[in-house]
Design a protein around this ligand. Structure first.
Ligand code: HEM
Length: 158
């Protein structure tokens, strides 16, 4: 009927199709990520089952984002904290582009024809919004754990 779904609905409906295959999708995601950027492997723990766990967390966060798109302000504080933690994980700004491209690739594998150009655009937008919040937060604040890339933490000696 040609009704146009808005980005938020597109992300939600496509997401619902990925959830049942999220384990497989997470596997695909990290397989691809490490193929494109083998150096990323070193950032993640090597213990058994860690990548499945990681995949679930990533999928959950994106899922929340998909549901929250349009009212991103509600999850912004949590996403900022997540962005700061990623500095400590060794993730740099440019890495988010690779992560986003890999996510879109994964969704395309899982959804096939259902991953329309409109759905792709909606997901790119969702990921981009989250990644921007994470990157801005990474830049803005010194780390609570003492890692301070900007060197702006107050002096503690004396
Ligand atoms: C919008 C983008 C992303 C989201 C939503 C996301 C989400 C998450 C979440 C929920 C965790 C679990 C730990 C925590 O909550 O701190 C995590 C950990 C991690 N992420 Fe991300 N992430 C994103 C992008 C990236 C990118 C681009 C990389 C680069 C390779 C990356 C690398 C890592 C690493 C290394 C860990 C820690 C693994 C560990 O030590 O257990 N993430 N991420």
């Amino acid at each position: 009927m040609g009704a146009t779904l808005r980005p938020r609905e597109l992300v939600k409906t496509t997401w619902e199709r990925v959830v049942p295959i999220s384990e497989t999708s997470a596997g695909l995601f990290y397989g691809r990520l490490f193929e494109v950027e083998p150096e990323f492997r070193a950032l993640f723990p090597a213990r058994e089952g860690a990548m499945q766990e990681q995949g679930r967390k990533l999928m959950q966060t994106i899922s929340i984002a998909g549901n929250g798109l349009g009212r991103l302000d509600r999850i912004t504080p949590a996403v900022q904290v997540l962005g700061r933690r990623h500095v400590a994980y060794g993730v740099r700004d440019g890495d988010y582009d690779t992560g986003g491209a890999t996510l879109l690739w994964t969704l395309e594998q899982g959804l096939g024809d259902a991953f329309t150009p409109e759905a792709s655009e909606a997901w790119a937008e969702t990921y981009g919004l989250i990644a921007d919040v994470m990157k801005d937060a990474a830049e803005a604040a010194p780390q609570r754990d003492g890692y301070d890339p900007a060197g702006t933490a107050p002096e503690t000696k004396g």
